[in-house]
Design a protein around this ligand. Structure first.
Ligand code: PLP
Length: 455
């Protein structure tokens, strides 16, 4: 063998400069361009032959990435990205994500990564305090709200099985409303529980409706948990957490709160009261990669009583015994279905430590205000109709007279012109327009520019 086998692992300052220079440039885009959808044939042609035995010049590969691949990725951190749920990481969080990568941090166990885990847990504690959860609450960072919902509801299921003294054959149900996130429905499929569907009142899941549905059901004892949403993804509606928590406490049900999108509102005084009742949650999920300005992929999963989660999620393998010694070591792997994990809470920790919580409050309040101001502008515009008063930062509205095709054509043109990325959504079977605000750099001028294209 002529070439040294460790040639990929040696320090390489030219490569460092090449990539750092690119990152410096990317971090200085102001504003970040939206960019475009991809054309599969073109992309395949650009990539052809790239993965070969001998490799390529790194500058050429980076240029291909910069000029071709990255332009076919719509930038979720553009202030004109107003679809789905955007992602607007702080510069501090983005930069620290590189540190996490460059240090190959293994986030599994206290034995391997106590320093990283102590910092992650400091952030979980901050979030738990905002929610009013007890000092014993704790959990871990997982890849997203979907992973958090799955991990939490497995604990709900197994805790109920133990309490009821039943096995996997028993029929169990979890109460949800229509607006519950699709990941919760997926979770039910995966873990073998059924949805106990409760109708909403003004699109909100209320304690009263839950109580009535349980009273009307012939087998209410098979309902073991309730999922409340703190900010529905499409409409930003916060369920009646207070009312739901009263029912879960009366009946001894597990109360899970999915705040993947809206949970960040706990940091915004103007809407904090909407979350009352969350302090009774048995498990709670919030995605920092949504409205807490962390890079993908980062979700905080917190349990009121982490021991219950440990009893379900701890992996039993002889080579892992060394991780589970006596003492108060915290092993993040024990609180979700994962084993190996990136210390993905650290970018948020660094940014919070650098900027302080008030900067987060200010940025979140900016998104809330954009939603209110946009709603007002829509109310004042003759050919536009606001569908509901926004509670958080999602705004749904109708352009009178438009068909499904009109919305889709408009949305594509808006992106082609790089004015905005605004995709249509569904509203009781009708196609309508929707903004999701989150980036504190979005301005009302941008919103006006977008709305003007609907005239
Ligand atoms: C986004 C979202 C999820 C899913 O989170 P991922 O991070 O995409 O896995 C779950 N629930 C709600 C309410 C959401 O908005």
């Amino acid at each position: 063998m002529s070439a040294a086998p460790d040639r990929m692992h040696r320090p390489d300052n030219d490569l460092v400069d090449l990539v750092f220079d690119y990152m410096r440039e990317r971090l200085q885009y102001d504003p970040v361009p939206l960019d475009h959808p991809g054309d599969g044939e073109h992309l395949r042609a650009q990539l052809a032959g790239l993965l070969n035995p001998d490799g390529n010049n790194p500058a050429d590969v980076l240029k291909l990435y910069d000029h071709e691949l990255s332009r076919a990725v719509i930038s979720a951190d553009s202030p004109r990205y107003l679809s789905f749920i955007p992602c607007a990481p702080t510069k501090a969080a983005l930069l620290f994500d590189m540190v996490v990568s460059c240090a190959s941090l293994q986030g599994i166990s206290w034995l391997e990564a106590a320093g990283a885990i102590a910092a992650e847990n400091q952030v979980l504690r901050l979030i738990a305090d905002r929610a009013g959860l007890p000092g014993t609450a704790g959990g871990t960072f997982v890849s997203g709200g979907s992973a958090g919902n799955l991990s939490a509801l497995v604990v709900a299921r197994d805790t109920a099985r133990r309490k009821l003294g039943v096995g996997p054959e028993a029929r169990l149900r979890i109460a949800v409303a229509d607006q519950v996130h699709s990941s919760v429905k997926n979770t039910f499929n995966i873990i073998g529980v059924e949805a106990f569907k409760v109708p909403t009142v003004d699109r909100r899941f209320t304690g009263e409706a839950l109580r009535a549905a349980l009273a009307a059901d012939p087998n209410p004892e098979t309902v073991i948990a309730v999922v409340g949403t703190a900010g529905t993804t499409n409409e930003g509606i916060v369920d009646d957490l207070q009312g739901l928590s009263e029912v879960t406490r009366e009946r001894g049900l597990w109360f899970h709160v999915d705040g993947a999108y809206g949970g960040a509102g706990l940091f915004a005084p103007s809407v904090r009261a909407r979350y009352n009742g969350i302090e009774h949650a048995d498990s709670f999920v919030v995605d920092p990669h949504k409205w807490l300005f962390a890079p993908f992929d980062c979700a905080a999963l917190i349990y009121r009583n982490p021991q219950l989660a440990r009893a379900v999620h701890t992996q039993d393998a002889s080579y892992l015994d060394v991780l589970h010694t006596e003492g108060d070591e915290w092993n993040p792997t024990d609180y979700a279905y994962h084993l190996t994990r990136r210390a993905r809470g650290l970018p948020l920790w660094f940014s919070l430590a650098v900027h302080g919580t008030q900067a987060y409050t200010d940025a979140i309040e900016t998104g809330l205000k954009l939603a209110q101001d946009t709603a007002q502008l829509i109310r004042e515009t003759g050919h536009l109709e606001l569908l509901f008063d926004p509670q958080l930062s999602a705004v749904c509205f109708r352009r009178t007279g438009w068909t499904n095709d009109d919305y889709y054509r408009w949305s594509q043109q808006l992106l082609a012109d790089q004015i905005g990325f605004v995709t249509p959504t569904g509203w009781d079977g009708e196609t309508v327009a929707r903004f999701a605000f989150l980036h504190p750099g979005t301005t009302m001028e941008m919103v006006r520019e977008i709305l003007d294209t609907m005239a």
